[in-house]
Write a protein that binds this ligand. Structure first.
Ligand code: AOF
Ligand code: ZN
Length: 362
């Protein structure tokens, strides 16, 4: 293990400032170190903003410290292409950085391998793979999409103490998760480029599926996706009437429209739209992260297909009225190859995180 671990940890921490805000770019952090001390820091803050390395160099300038001969610790391989910003390799060379330690390589085909190699060719010492697993995890959706051209799928489910997700269908839908765990749902939404529900959830709950109370910066809000093969989405529902975010209906044939501008219909001519096809379609649109919010049928279909990468299950201590409501069985997560990675109690609700077991990862 290199002594630089502590510096890479700081770079990971800085990268967190870009959470929710930089997608479809990855979160990236960078520190410049001289004589064992951090002299400048930077991160990629929002889409279209400076890259982490460039912000760290600007920070050094603002503090009046020299960058010549420093070591840069950066969570992602520096880019070597002209995108929204000039290449970070050039900025690092211009700043006279002597050594660059990289967390993980950039799988983006337009930059792959070039950054590290370009620096080496100019005589910069390059270290690779420091805290690689942590860096990869932080950039999970970006990495997943670059490799599979599909979004990373997170399933979010909440049940009462008996495993029911809703009470009697004749009664109005009840809220049963605590305010605090509902706030965490907003974090999950902010962390997603798309949010998907089945049409039954739209009919039952009329959800807005917008991000509230969490800053997502200048990036676009998550698109709202409804699996609705038979055109059952009610015309007056929020997803069709409020234009706060785009809405995408997946339908089995062309039902025409008359929809407002924020609504789009995609025809996938199957009664049971295959989950893999949905993910391919979203991947083609550049969607890197998908939150599957419900309900029971939709969760079941994603789990049966083995295409859920992570899940968050919230079990509340409350018992819903009526015995006939639909259930969500947590063993369906096990059966789909997921395992518990953490568990905590949030205002009385038990919140468990699940992750695809490494052997089951695609
Ligand atoms: C870096 N440092 O901080 C980030 C990098 O469109 P652009 O110009 O913002 O470039 C986006 C791509 O650059 C992105 O897809 C990823 O490959 C890389 N991100 N690279 O050197 C950074 N955020
Ligand atoms: Zn860059």
């Amino acid at each position: 293990m290199d002594d630089g671990d502590v510096f890479m940890r700081r770079a990971l921490e800085l990268a967190e400032s870009g959470r929710h805000r930089v997608m479809p770019n990855p979160m990236v952090g960078c520190v410049l170190v001289r004589d064992g001390e951090i002299v400048a820091e930077g991160w990629h803050d929002h889409i279209g903003g400076l890259h982490a390395e460039q912000m760290a160099i600007a920070d050094a300038e603002a503090r009046g410290v020299a960058t010549q001969g420093t070591t840069a610790y950066v969570t992602l391989e520096p880019c070597n292409h002209f995108g929204r910003t000039p290449p970070c390799t050039e900025s690092l060379l211009w700043a006279g950085v002597g050594r660059v330690v990289i967390g993980t390589m950039d799988p983006n085909p337009t930059v792959r391998g070039d950054g590290a190699e370009a620096l080496r060719q100019e005589g910069v010492e390059v270290g690779l793979g420091m805290l690689e697993a942590e860096c990869e995890r932080q950039m999970g959706p970006f990495m997943h999409w670059c490799r599979h051209r599909r979004p990373q799928v997170t399933l979010k489910a909440a049940t009462d103490s008996t495993g029911r997700i809703d009470g009697e269908q004749s009664a109005p839908a009840e809220r049963f998760s605590s305010a605090e765990s509902l706030a965490l749902v907003q974090e999950l939404r902010a962390d997603s480029m798309a949010i998907l529900v089945g049409v039954n959830t739209v009919i039952r709950d009329d959800p807005s599926l917008t991000v509230r109370g969490t800053d997502i910066g200048p990036r676009s809000p998550p698109i709202r996706v409804v699996v609705d093969p038979n055109d059952r989405t009610p015309t007056g529902c929020r997803l069709l009437t409020d234009a706060e975010a785009p809405t995408l209906l997946i339908q089995s044939s062309d039902f025409g429209s008359g929809d407002s501008n924020h609504v789009e219909r995609v025809v996938i001519p199957e009664q049971e739209v295959p989950v893999a096809t949905i993910l391919d379609m979203l991947g083609d649109r550049g969607i890197q992260s998908l939150l599957v919010e419900g309900g029971a049928d939709t969760w079941g279909r994603f789990l049966d297909a083995g295409l859920v990468d992570r899940a968050r299950l919230c079990v509340s201590p409350i018992e819903l009225n009526g015995a006939g409501g639909p259930l969500f069985a947590s063993h369906s997560l096990y059966d789909s190859g997921l395992a518990v990675t953490s568990s905590e109690v949030v205002s009385g609700d038990e919140v468990t995180w699940w992750q695809k077991k490494p052997t089951e990862q695609v």
